[in-house]
Design a protein around this ligand. Structure first.
Ligand code: UDP
Ligand code: MG
Length: 319
C-alpha cells in the first residue's frame, strides 16, 4: 500500500504571533512522520487564512515559497473558525488521503498527531483528539467549557466530550462531510453523525502559545446556542412536555375547583380561576410545542442531510 498523504489543516485568524513557532513545530512533526515511514512525502501543512488583518497571509506565502511542504488557502474575508476549517478540509479532501484539523495557537498538543495517524493506519476513519486535562485553562474557561459539553448533551446535540476540532478524518469521512449542505456549521456535532470506525486519542491541552483568544465568552455562548439549534430539536420537545404537564395539572385540579365553586358563596373563590388559567396556558404551550415539532421537521428537511453512508458491501456480483 502506498503511504497515505496527510494534510494538517490549520485555520488562522490574526495569528502572526504564533505562526513562526507553529510552522516550525509542524514542519518537524511532518518530517518525523515521513522519516518513520508513516505518511507520504507529499504530505502538507495547509494554513487557511480566515481574512486576517495582520501579516498572517504574507507569512504563509513566505513559508510556502521556502518549503513546498507548506500550503495556503486564503478566504476572501473573515468567515469564522468553522467556515475556515471546512474550507481547509474540503481543499484537503481532493488532495489527501487523510486530514488533521488543529488550531494555530499550539493549544492542541501536536504530539497527539502520531497517535491519530497510527489509528488511521489501523483502519479508523475518524480519530477524535480528546482533552485529558485542563490544568492550564483558567477556572472560568474550564467551567464554561465543560458546562458547554454537559449542556449540549442535555439539549440533545451529540458531541464527543472534551473534544474540540482537533481530529483526523479519512478521505471518505471528508467526502461524507461534504454532503452536509448546511450553512450553520457546527463541525464537532456534525462529524459524529457520519459514523464509520472511530477512535479517540487523549492529549493535554496547553496554553495559547502567544496572542489572545479569538473566542471571547460572547462568541462561545453564540456558538453553543448555534450548536444546539442546528443539531437538535429537543428544546421544542421541552416546550411540548411543559405544555402537557401544565395542562394535566390544570385539568386535574379542575374537578376540585368546580366542587368548591359550587359549594361556596361564589364570591372570592379563586381556585376555579387558577385551574382554568393553568389549563388554558397549558393548552397554548402544547399547541406551540406541536407547531414547533412541525417547524423542527421542516427545518431538518431543509438541511438536505445525507441519509446514510455505506461502510462496506459484501456481494460477490459487485466488483
Ligand atoms: N480562528 C479563525 N477564525 C476566526 C477565529 C478564530 O480561523 O474568526 C482560528 C484561530 O486562528 C485559531 C482557532 O480558530 O487557530 C481557534 O481560535 P482560538 O485559539 O482563538 O480559540 P480558543 O482556543 O480560545 O477557544
Ligand atoms: Mg486557542
Amino acid at each position: 500500500m502506498n503511504k497515505p498523504v496527510l494534510y494538517i489543516v490549520v485555520p488562522c485568524y490574526n495569528e502572526e504571533e504564533v505562526l513562526p513557532e507553529t510552522s516550525k513545530r509542524l514542519k518537524v512533526k511532518l518530517s518525523d512522520l515521513v522519516a518513520a515511514g508513516k505518511v507520504s512525502e507529499d504530505s502538507r501543512v495547509l494554513f487557511v487564512d480566515d481574512g486576517s488583518k495582520d501579516r498572517t497571509w504574507e507569512m504563509i506565502r513566505a513559508y510556502h515559497e521556502e518549503d513546498p511542504h507548506f500550503s495556503g488557502v486564503k478566504l476572501s474575508r473573515n468567515r469564522g473558525h468553522q467556515n475556515a476549517l471546512l474550507a481547509g478540509l474540503m481543499t484537503a479532501k481532493d488532495l489527501a488521503d487523510c486530514a488533521i484539523s488543529m488550531d494555530a495557537d499550539l493549544q492542541d498538543d501536536i504530539n497527539a498527531i502520531d497517535g491519530m495517524v497510527d489509528k488511521y493506519l489501523e483502519g479508523c476513519d475518524i480519530v477524535y483528539g480528546v482533552r485529558s486535562a485542563r490544568d492550564t485553562d483558567t477556572f472560568f474557561k474550564r467551567f464554561t467549557a465543560e458546562g458547554f459539553y454537559k449542556f449540549m448533551e442535555i439539549m440533545g446535540a451529540e458531541v464527543v466530550f472534551n473534544h474540540a476540532d482537533y481530529r483526523l478524518m479519512s478521505k471518505r469521512a471528508l467526502e461524507a462531510l461534504s454532503e452536509y449542505e448546511e450553512v450553520n456549521l457546527f463541525l464537532r456535532g456534525m462529524v459524529p453523525m457520519i459514523g464509520y470506525k472511530t477512535a479517540t486519542v487523549e492529549y493535554e491541552r496547553g496554553e495559547r502559545f502567544a496572542g489572545v483568544s479569538k473566542y471571547p465568552l460572547k462568541k462561545m455562548l453564540a456558538f453553543a446556542l448555534d450548536g444546539i439549534t442546528s443539531l437538535s430539536d429537543r428544546p421544542i420537545q421541552f416546550i411540548l412536555t411543559l405544555g402537557l404537564v401544565t395542562t394535566a395539572g390544570g385539568l386535574a385540579s379542575l374537578p376540585v375547583s368546580l366542587i368548591r365553586y359550587a359549594k361556596s358563596d361564589h364570591e372570592n373563590d379563586t381556585a376555579l380561576l387558577q385551574s382554568s388559567l393553568w389549563t388554558v396556558g397549558g393548552l397554548v404551550l402544547t399547541s406551540l410545542g406541536i407547531v414547533g415539532d412541525y417547524v423542527g421537521k421542516i427545518y431538518l428537511e431543509t438541511k438536505h442531510r445525507p441519509r446514510y453512508f455505506i461502510a462496506e458491501v459484501l456481494d460477490n456480483r459487485k466488483d
